[in-house]
Design a protein around this ligand. Sequence first.
Ligand code: ZN
Length: 115
Amino acid sequence: MATGNPIRGSRVGAGRMGEADRGETAPRHRLEFYCANGHRTRLSFAVDAELPDTWDCPSCGLPAGLDSENPPAAPRNEPYKTHLAYVKERRSDSDGEALLAEALAKVADRRTPRG
Ligand SMILES: [Zn+2]
């Protein structure tokens, strides 16, 4: 139970410093993405990596862009509302759709030459 091994300590320190040094000298692109909610996401990419125009915001999931003044608009499909609206729309339209389908079927039937 040695209270501080100077040799070991210096070794670990040197190793860590070496790694950090290597990481910093590696050329990287640093990009900042901004979402419509004002979140900023900093990312770094390897220089040979393909740089994306947009990134999904890790905070809220909205698409984030490189322009802080003009972030990508939030997509309109909000899961809860859309689903409910969708169901409602379907119900209210179902009668009309059935009638329309029936009418179309009749027209198609008339148009289709038989024999
Ligand atoms: Zn966000």
